[in-house]
Design a protein around this ligand. Structure first.
Ligand SMILES: Cc1cc2nc3c(=O)[nH]c(=O)nc-3n(C[C@H](O)[C@H](O)[C@H](O)COP(=O)(O)O)c2cc1C
Length: 339
């Protein structure tokens, strides 16, 4: 009996199966979400230097204060601070005039891709008709997009919530978004009142998959590979995923999702290098050590989750007052948890 054809067939299926997995993972895109106060230019540059599984870096929003743009936002968008392959600045504006002002600054700094924030849930922002405060007013969103597309300056994407008060608002908004050639739409399917907790409205996301004409990007609550697989099974048509807190808690999550193998020793080395890179940079750019330490304390709120004894580590970091003491605590946190 000739078994060869059987083996050949089996082998072919195996190769097809493996290439299917590789193809799927190669096709998968992961974006770093904008997180004001966390994913600043130091974080983004340090991250890109050490890890390589993120496909685009979204800059936390820039907006106007007293009719001008604060310096802290300028630093965030300066080309020298943003050497990564794809950096997308985000605009938080209440109308076309504000949008235009901020967009011009971005254009002067060399950007041609922009993101519009229709998601920020905080009353200080929404009471001024910005962020998710615009969602109940699809006509205002229309005017803003109409302004952008009436002068051809580049590509625009939108990051939005499912609604301000109710996810039903999404229906009218999608009708507006469908009238413009947006690059993509990133949906965090919560309403504003939920802030960042409570259930993601999967029905609202499913509604968008069926009714939006544009490429749709999923965002929200992907904290592990299991979370990712569960969402991928629910929304098999989605190939681009925006991750925020999941990356802050585990910078290697994009690698894990994309199936990049990292040994415990490599993981240790990468996290250690990442931390050192950030600390060094903050010490270089901050006026004094205390300010640099404060930035690092903020970073550890999520980063401590990389360590099994996270509570203890965070408690010690929060109390620290000198750079020397900080160094000691960090060293013992890393070495106690060495893989
Ligand atoms: C502290 C913090 C700051 C944020 N800043 C921004 C921002 O500047 N622009 C924006 O579009 N979303 C912002 N977000 C929302 C995130 O981009 C993201 O949509 C949200 O965290 C859900 O994704 P995740 O579950 O992967 O974190 C922020 C969220 C947090 C927790």
């Amino acid at each position: 009996m000739n078994y060869l054809p059987f083996f050949e067939k089996k082998q072919r299926y195996f190769i097809l199966f493996v290439s299917e997995i590789i193809f799927r993972k190669a096709d998968l895109m992961i974006y770093l979400a904008p997180l004001q106060g966390f994913t600043d230019y130091v974080y983004r540059a340090s991250y890109a230097k050490v890890f390589n599984a993120v496909d685009a870096y979204f800059v936390p929003y820039i907006s106007l204060k007293n009719n001008t743009i604060p310096n802290k936002y300028i630093r965030e968008i300066l080309p020298d601070n943003n050497g990564q392959n794809r950096v997308v600045p985000q605009i938080l504006a209440k109308d076309a005039a504000e949008f235009k002002f901020l967009e011009n600054i971005l254009v002067e700094n060399g950007y041609s891709e922009f993101n519009l924030n229709l998601g920020c849930p905080y009353p200080m922002v929404t009471n001024r008709g910005k962020g998710s405060g615009l969602l109940p007013f699809p006509d205002e969103i229309y005017k803003l997009l109409d302004y952008f597309y009436s002068s051809d300056k580049g590509e625009l994407s939108v990051k939005l919530r499912a609604g301000f008060k109710s996810a039903h608002e999404l229906e009218a908004i999608i009708e507006v978004l469908n009238q413009f050639p947006l690059k993509e739409v990133i949906l965090h399917a919560r309403v504003a009142g939920q802030l960042y907790s409570g259930e993601i409205d999967e029905n609202a996301f499913a509604y968008a998959t069926q009714n939006l004409k544009h490429k749709l990007v999923y965002n929200g609550d992907i904290f592990s590979t299991e979370d990712f697989i569960a969402k991928q099974n629910k929304f098999p048509g989605i190939d681009t995923w925006m991750l925020g807190r999941g990356i802050l808690m585990n910078p290697l999550l994009p690698h894990e999702i994309k199936g990049v193998q990292v040994s415990p020793q490599e993981r240790f080395d990468l996290l250690n290098t990442f931390h050192q890179t950030m600390l060094k940079r903050y010490l270089e750019i901050m006026d004094n050590e205390g300010n640099a330490l404060n930035k690092m304390k903020q970073f550890w709120i999520y980063f401590s989750r990389c360590f099994p004894n996270q509570r203890k580590v965070l408690k010690h970091i929060k109390k620290v007052k000198s750079l020397n003491k900080y160094g000691e605590i960090v060293k013992s946190a890393f070495y106690e948890n060495r893989g």
